[in-house]
Design a protein around this ligand. Structure first.
Ligand code: CS2
Length: 497
């Protein structure tokens, strides 16, 4: 039997594997992180590892899963250690990360997580709970007070389920005990993520007690961030390859690209780690970085996920190495770039070229199906904001409309070969019902979709140009399939790579 990665086996790892060289026992917690997924472990936890490695001792991370015990069960026997594999083509580098100094599973013991969050040593609560984890209306960015988890948390505030529920209760407890609030650091791909989570949290606070809501809005810092690293779900093959390289088993390593970017608004009244050491950039205004990343990277990712999936491509690498879809992406970026301000020192078309190279990394098996998940929560900030801006300027949207039409086909639940699609989305059932009721008629389908105000807001359904563009794209997709539809909207795609 192979040994398991742990504090005891750390010294036996091959020389090439980077690992914590600092005294982990001397590290005290400074951060509680909600959302123990692969992205956090390959991004913020790695940047924090660099800070600990450089000698800081008071920024250990207590990480909590709000749902499943799976990651805790994998990492607890490993003393919280896990490997991050950076893969590009056939090159792989490995680093064992030691920055997780505690693990919680919220549903098992919400009080224990609240105790951790109210510890005065905790100065930051960071989050990666995915778009849907904030229980908000994606189109308006406001708390959805009718969300089942929010209703639960209003009824049982001492044992919350939702991320906003934990934030509000922990902040209330700190305030009552005279402990300064922590800074809330959202690391999810939401538009204006700091402000959005601030609004949602203050609103939930106000629903409990107007005074608490006002205190959260006035006293708690919610800096904005732009986070970026492509980190697909870990596969069994990854586990086997990494175990072979480590010489011991790691039950849940993470695999990502080499690229990693974190741009953070520098607003931390209770202090912060020197994440610059790990490569983060602190700025006064995150907005241009965030808009660039959400609309160009994530917008293209979602477009590629729906078109690629329908065209039979299992991964982003396959889809983006398809010359027709690559040409389509350039066309899409040419629609997006003029609708956003370039961050200082960045040339947006240059950024697009780099994105294509990142997407084409064949060492990563990033499934189109994975990115296609939760489209109802992603489309507003990834594609629809750009649609609004272009239509307001009287500009055409053929590439954007094709991406949205591909989403519509996808959530309809049948692939081009007639095979059922496993659609994962909080709105999957009502969407499917509405689309089924519309039958095969493009005009009725588009109208049915546009009625989803949580996605399209109040304004987009009233724009005849959008309706017309979606009907045209949908008809094209249904007629010739995703790949030929992409070729049609981007005629130069016929020229090859
Ligand atoms: C992806 C993102 O799954 C998705 O929706 O678009 O997770 C993407 O890989 C990251 O935002 C890259 O930083």
């Amino acid at each position: 039997m192979t040994a398991r990665l742990s504090a005891a086996t750390l010294a036996r790892l091959p020389e090439a594997v980077a690992r914590p060289r600092y005294d982990r026992a001397a590290v005290t917690p400074g951060i509680v992180h909600l959302g123990l997924g692969a992205f956090h472990r390959a991004h913020q936890a790695v940047m924090t590892e660099a800070v600990l490695d450089a000698g800081a001792r008071d920024w250990g991370i207590i990480a909590a899963s709000l749902r499943s015990p799976a990651t805790r069960d994998a990492l607890a026997p490993q003393d919280g250690l896990y490997a991050v594999a950076t893969r590009e083509d056939d090159r792989q580098t490995l680093r064992v990360i030691g920055s997780l100094s505690g693990l919680h599973v919220a549903p098992e013991d919400p009080a224990a997580l609240l105790r951790a969050m109210t510890d005065p040593r905790i100065r930051i609560v960071s989050l990666t709970v995915t778009e849907k984890g904030y229980c908000h209306d994606p189109a308006s960015g406001e708390l959805d007070a009718a969300h089942p988890d929010i209703r639960h948390d209003l009824g049982a505030p001492g044992a919350p389920r939702s991320a906003p529920g934990f934030l509000v209760e922990a902040l209330r407890l700190r305030r009552a005990a005279g402990i300064a609030p922590f800074t809330v650091l959202c690391c999810d791909n939401l538009p204006a993520n700091g402000a959005t989570v601030g609004r949602v949290t203050a609103r939930l606070g106000a629903l409990r007690d107007a005074d608490l809501g006002a205190w959260i809005a006035g006293e708690v810092a919610f800096p904005g961030t732009m986070v970026d690293r492509i980190v697909p779900a870990t596969t069994e093959e990854d586990r086997a390859r990494i175990a072979a390289a480590l010489g011991c088993d790691d039950a849940w390593p993470v695999v990502g690209e080499a690229f990693s970017q974190w741009v953070i608004e520098d607003h931390f009244p209770s202090g912060r780690p020197e994440w610059e050491i790990g490569g983060a950039t602190f700025v006064a205004d995150v907005a241009p970085f965030e808009l660039m990343k959400l609309r160009m990277l994530n917008g293209a990712h979602s477009a590629l996920a729906y078109l690629g999936y329908l065209a039979g491509h299992e991964t982003v690498a396959e889809a983006s190495n398809d010359p027709v879809l690559a040409a389509y992406l350039h066309g899409l970026w040419a629609e997006i770039a003029p609708a956003i301000p370039a961050p200082p020192g960045v040339e947006l078309l240059d950024y697009a070229t780099r994105l294509l190279a990142r997407f084409r990394n064949r060492a990563l098996r990033h499934r189109t199906w994975q990115i296609a998940m939760d489209g109802s929560q992603k489309l507003p900030q990834r594609l629809l904001e750009t649609v609004r801006m272009r239509l307001a300027g009287g500009q055409p949207i053929p590439h954007l409309a094709l991406a949205i039409a591909a989403w519509l086909r996808y959530v309809g639940g049948r692939g081009e070969d007639g095979a059922p699609i496993d659609v994962r989305d909080p709105l999957a059932a009502p969407l499917r019902q509405a689309l089924d009721a519309a039958g095969g008629d493009a005009s009725r389908l588009v109208s049915a979709a546009l009625r989803f105000g949580a996605i399209f807001g109040d304004d987009l359904p009233c724009m005849p140009q959008l309706r017309a563009a979606l009907m045209e794209s949908y008809t094209l997709l249904a007629g010739v399939g995703a790949r030929d539809a992409a070729r049609t909207v981007t005629p130069r795609a016929t020229g090859g790579a």
